[in-house]
Write a protein that binds this ligand. Structure first.
Ligand code: GUN
Length: 300
């Protein structure tokens, strides 16, 4: 019997290409700043323990610092590090004139209270944008340092000239790191936003109505490709490792690409954009002005 091949119709939201363009802009702006006697940005990268996924992400962030011309200072702490020891390190980094940005990789070991840590970082050095002050600023339409993943998603859309204003955007997942600030970014730029989460009834109905679908669940197979609205924009924030070792998103790429108008792959979509935004935030925290390689959508 002849099998019907589903053809991929969606255009690719290529995070590798766009992140490289952003990092190049950051690098040029930093070199111009240093050339005029400015200080080279410094980023403290703090990893507690040796969670394999976190170790991979942190290594990639340190590599991107090199590409962007940012000085990375590494702090690899034992998994048994106490909360007080970690807070004392953050206090020291807050006071250090050589450190412009502080990144503490999450998740932290269970004996450490994450909000106590993220809120201890000085808001001006909070290049992850996780501090309550910076999230509050985003909520009040006065964005300061913005969470990297949602900012990266917006940059990816705007690079391709996708204007989300007035679109119905559906964010699946309501985490502090992605879902919630993602909704705020979309609201800021004039989308009508639905946020779904574990208590949501009828996820299918919401997904079917999405002109812009952002999946940030961290589990494959919950959002089904046949629910995707034909021609819609699909951004997959999930990074999931299958038992085979293969990395996949939340959504099956090839069947989703047969319905969507635009789609981001995993890997190679939002992940590199998140890191590029960390570089951009670090440059901006140092006072380096960076002109982005695309026009941002006006705020709504
Ligand atoms: N863990 C997963 N994503 C992130 C991120 O963007 N920043 C930090 N610090 N930890 C994370």
């Amino acid at each position: 019997m002849k099998t019907i091949q589903q053809e991929s119709t969606a255009k690719l939201l290529d995070g590798i290409k766009v992140s490289a363009a952003v990092i190049e802009c950051v690098r040029e702006s930093i070199e111009a700043h240093v050339g005029k006697g400015g200080r080279r940005p410094g980023l403290a990268v703090v990893l507690v323990g040796s969670d394999p996924a976190s170790s991979i992400y942190v290594r990639a962030k340190r590599r991107d610092c090199e590409r962007a011309g940012i000085r990375a200072q590494d702090f690899d702490l034992d998994a048994q590090t106490s909360q007080d020891e970690l807070l004392a390190l953050i206090d020291r980094l807050n006071d250090s004139p050589d450190v412009d940005g502080i990144l503490v990789q999450l998740p932290l070991p269970p004996h450490i209270d994450e909000p106590a840590v993220t809120n201890r970082i000085h808001a001006d050095k909070d290049v992850d944008g996780f501090h309550a002050f910076n999230v509050g600023k985003l909520a009040l339409r006065q964005p300061g340092l913005r969470p990297c993943t949602p900012r990266g998603v917006m940059a990816l859309l705007h690079f391709y000239g996708i204007a989300n204003r007035s679109m119905h955007a559906v964010v699946v997942g309501a985490s502090n790191i992605v879902g919630r600030p993602m909704a705020l970014e979309l609201l800021l730029t004039g989308s009508t936003v639905t946020v779904s989460h574990r208590f949501t009834r009828n996820l299918e109905e919401h997904v079917r109505s999405a002109e812009l679908l952002i999946s940030a669940i961290g589990k494959p197979g919950i959002v089904q490709s046949e629910w995707i609205r034909p021609g819609s924009i699909v951004v997959d924030v999930g990074i999931n490792r299958l038992p085979s070792g293969k990395i996949v998103g939340d959504i099956d790429f090839s069947s989703a690409a047969a319905r969507a108008g635009w789609i981001s792959p995993v890997p190679g979509g939002v992940g590199p954009m998140t890191r590029a935004m960390l570089m951009l935030n670090t440059a901006e925290a140092t006072g380096v002005g960076v002109k982005m390689p695309f026009k941002a959508q006006p705020t709504g």
